[in-house]
Design a protein around this ligand. Structure first.
Ligand SMILES: Nc1nc2c(ncn2[C@@H]2O[C@H](COP(=O)(O)OP(=O)(O)OP(=O)(O)O)[C@@H](O)[C@H]2O)c(=O)[nH]1
Ligand SMILES: [Mg+2]
Ligand SMILES: [Zn+2]
Length: 308
């Protein structure tokens, strides 16, 4: 506590404009309900879960504190909407539902552009051991951290302790892949009950709808609702940045004849050669190429529209 009775804390939850803030008071952690100062709305700023904030007593017995300052965010992405995320636990099941690798690769790219450390977790490896091993190998070779989980060998707290440290980590990925199952088992209580995957809509029965930070050693973890699609264009990704999501391609691309090689049609491209000798996974290359082409074409369309 400082002399002016303000405290520093982190927003862990937000419901209807009332925020829960974890703050330190006299050397111990406490939680308080807080309103946001009106000027944030005027400036178009919306406090988010994960925001580092300053709070002061409000004088209102119902909502005892008010958020007066929000620190600049180290990262902020639309999905999940958590500020200052340091680790994204990209959760995909090897089966039921089948892994959407386009979505995974888009998220790896967004993580890289947003300074968020991606950690891939392949769940339900019990349903298809071969696919689990194959996926694990593709993404490990590409340079990513990969963890595998099944009911027989679920992740333990220690598997994630050092990865998360004192940061904020979020489970993110499609619906029904087992994010809540993992989060609940790590926390030792049901944040949100988990259910069977509904055959019709492929969602967990008790689909996660809200986001809340939970203490995890010195940091926080949170479960998030599943999502199915993500537009790189809507996220403002430039076609020239697509390579940031493909470290294995970046690594060898220095050997291409042209400095600005897009690794699609150019002569003297070592990346396309690397496909035949197995250095680069064909599926990863295809997704690189389709992201690049889509963003490049949209850029041209946009220019075209502007001229009319
Ligand atoms: N076979 C198998 N089933 C699993 C595994 N992990 C989770 N499940 C099951 O998958 C179903 C969906 O799990 P949830 O944890 O609700 O999935 P979710 O990702 O939180 O789904 P949303 O909240 O809709 O995004 C449940 O029936 C789980 O029991 C696993 O490793 N193996
Ligand atoms: Mg869930
Ligand atoms: Zn090339």
């Amino acid at each position: 506590m400082s002399g002016d009775s303000s405290f520093r804390g982190v927003i862990t939850k937000g419901v209807g404009g009332v925020y829960t803030v974890r703050f330190e008071s006299s050397g111990r952690m406490d939680y308080a309900l807080c309103a946001a100062r009106g000027t944030f709305r005027l400036k178009g700023i919306k406090p988010a879960i994960g925001d580092a904030v300053t709070i002061v007593p409000s004088g209102d017995p119902d909502v005892e504190y008010v958020i007066t300052d929000i620190d600049d965010r180290k990262s902020f992405i639309a999905r999940p909407p958590v500020a200052n995320l340091s680790v994204m636990l990209l959760t995909f099941s090897v089966s039921d539902p089948a892994p959407d690798l386009t979505l995974l690769d888009k998220m790896l790219l967004i993580c890289s552009l947003s300074n968020i450390r991606p950690v891939i977790i392949f769940t339900k490896s019990d349903l298809n051991t071969d696919d689990s091993e194959r996926l694990c190998s593709v993404y490990t070779k590409a340079g990513y951290e990969v963890l595998v989980s099944s009911p027989q060998k679920s992740l333990t707290k220690n598997d994630l302790k050092d990865i998360i440290g004192d940061g904020i980590a979020a489970f993110a990925g499609p619906s029904g892949v087992g994010k809540s199952t993992l989060c609940n088992s790590l926390l030792g209580f049901d944040v949100m009950r988990t259910g069977e995957v509904s055959a019709k809509i492929r969602r967990g029965r008790h689909t996660t709808r809200h986001v809340e930070l939970h203490e995890f050693f010195d940091g926080f973890i949170c479960d998030t609702p599943g999502f199915t699609s993500l537009s790189l264009e809507d996220q403002g990704v430039d076609y020239r940045d697509v390579l940031y999501g493909f470290p294995e391609i970046t690594k060898i691309a220095t050997g291409c004849r042209f400095d600005d090689c897009s690794h699609r049609k150019e002569d003297g491209c070592v990346v396309r050669n690397a496909l035949s000798d197995g250095t680069i996974d064909p599926g990863r290359y295809e997704r690189y190429s389709s992201f690049y082409t889509e963003l490049y074409d949209n850029r041209n369309n946009y220019k075209h529209r502007r001229k009319q």
